[in-house]
Design a protein around this ligand. Structure first.
Ligand code: GH3
Ligand code: MG
Ligand code: MG
Ligand code: MG
Length: 370
């Protein structure tokens, strides 16, 4: 008996009529799994800035001699410096990488320092840019205009070098503070979307992110599969081996699943106690079914080692996929989850440790929602 033969594809009408007229899915393996895709990544990276390491400086100064002298001086002070001759060039550099410190002359041909500060403040960057404006004008109204344009500080030319270093040090303290706040936000965001026990995404993230995934595959016309899975007789594991061993099984279950899905596009969320939902963008029915079977076999292939000893674990799976060109406007996330859940239910009814799945044709998506 083939290891896939216990698992079946359910025709959509079977689900609707509540009659299981199962037929074997046509599984033809790995070629269905595509490697290229866009990653849905919400978690922004946090650029490392500390008060100790000098951050990179972008210097905009049109006068070649001043530019050369300041570059030399800043490099000597330990900074990495990229120097450009005007605001437009500086802006272009800013779009290519993140410079935590911008030192800019006010008067330059083309885009001047004030316009540059304004433009930088309107950019979405990896972190805060501490902007220091160099000006030959010391009239109060000019200084106010510079600060209002987004500069954090100013220095009146000719630049007194020790003063410049002192002001950059003050800027670095602010950057380090901003960085630690950003890192704390990042950690909080991760905690708020992660299941503490298993490290899988939590249900809150699932309900936030799955509608976005569905919307993306609708827009770009590619398929999507979701796999609902539930560990079989998990209560028995708890009862016989203890709750702590049950917890370990849940943790190892997620590790095994994560090893079998594409790390940059597929993801797993804990749906409930011992129930998980896998989301596979760009996977059509055959690919989704194949992944479910791969995971099912990986779970049952070897025992889970827990503090209570080796524990044999099996799980049941339900796969729901959109059509090959993605869903139309009628398919709702709830319909997709419900269809996967119904297939899972059928897997349980049919004896557990198996996969059942359906492809939801667009014409029938409305019925899946209901
Ligand atoms: P079935 O094959 O029908 O799914 O049977 P089952 O025993 O797996 O399902 P049931 O719903 O009867 O039991 C699920 C159990 O999962 C009950 C609950 O105490 C346990 N559980 C839920 N969350 C956790 C958890 O975080 N840790 C542990 N150890 N157990 C949990
Ligand atoms: Mg100038
Ligand atoms: Mg269960
Ligand atoms: Mg359950």
């Amino acid at each position: 008996m083939s290891e896939l033969s216990a698992s079946t594809r359910i025709c959509y009408s079977d689900i609707l009529d509540n009659q299981v007229e199962a037929r074997c899915a046509d599984i033809n393996g790995q070629s269905l799994l595509r490697a290229e895709f866009e990653t849905v990544s919400e978690i922004e990276t946090v650029t490392s800035i500390t008060a100790e390491t000098p951050p990179a400086i972008l210097l905009a100064e049109d006068d070649p001699v001043t530019r050369m002298l300041m570059t030399r001086f800043l490099k000597k002070a330990g900074y990495e410096v990229d120097a450009v001759a005007d605001g437009t060039e500086a802006l272009d550099k800013m779009t290519k990488r993140y410079y935590p410190i911008l030192v800019t002359d006010w008067e330059m041909p083309g885009m001047d320092g004030v316009a540059l500060c304004k433009a930088v403040r309107n950019m979405q960057l990896d972190g805060y840019v501490y902007a220091l404006l160099l000006t030959a004008r010391d009239a109060k109204e000019h200084i106010i205009a510079g600060l209002e344009a987004g500069a954090d500080d100013y220095l009146i030319k000719p630049v007194h070098e020790p003063e410049l270093i002192a002001r950059l040090n003050a800027g670095r303290r602010i950057l380090a503070l901003e960085h630690s706040l950003r890192a704390a936000n990042h950690r909080n965001r991760i905690l708020s979307i992660t299941d503490a026990l298993t490290g899988a995404y939590n249900r809150r993230y699932l309900m936030e992110q799955l509608p976005r995934e569905v919307e993306r595959c609708r827009r770009y016309a590619y398929p999507l599969s979701v796999i609902m899975c539930d560990i079989d007789h998990f209560k028995l594991i708890n009862d016989e081996q203890g709750h702590a061993a049950g917890d370990e099984v849940l943790q190892q279950f997620v590790v095994r699943v994560q090893r079998s899905i594409r790390s940059n596009s597929d993801w797993i969320a804990r749906y409930g106690g011992e129930e998980f939902l896998m989301v596979l963008p760009e996977a059509d029915f055959n690919a989704g079914f194949f992944v479910a079977e791969k995971i099912r076999n990986l779970i049952s292939a070897s025992a889970f080692a827990t503090r209570a000893g080796d524990t044999a674990v099996t799980a049941s799976f339900g796969v729901a996929s959109t059509g090959p060109t993605g869903p139309d406007l009628t398919l709702k996330v709830e319909g997709l989850i419900k269809a996967a859940d119904q297939c899972l239910y059928r897997s349980k009814q049919a004896g557990r440790d198996r996969t059942m799945g359906i492809e939801i044709p667009n014409s029938l998506a409305l019925l899946a929602n209901g």
